[in-house]
Ligand binder design. Structure first.
Ligand SMILES: [Zn+2]
Length: 70
């Protein structure tokens, strides 16, 4: 199965981008909605094609549905 548009948007919504000066590089990180921890790794969608978006939080929360935390 491939992720739905809504699932891809949900993952993108978790992303925070920061422009680093003066290097002019964009630093991307993802904020876990469950605990607020940040990671540079793009979260992997575990249930592609379904209504909600399930990912694994590696900071101890385990499997979560992102939508349940918004
Ligand atoms: Zn978490």
């Amino acid at each position: 199965m491939t992720p739905t548009k809504e699932q891809i948007k949900t993952i993108h919504d978790m992303r925070e981008r920061t422009l680093i000066m003066p290097e002019m590089k964009i630093y991307e990180r993802y904020v876990m909605p469950c605990c607020g921890n940040e990671t540079n790794d793009t979260p992997i969608i575990e249930n592609a094609g379904e209504a909600l978006t399930q990912i694994i939080c590696r900071f101890g929360c385990g499997f979560i549905y992102v939508e349940n935390w918004l």
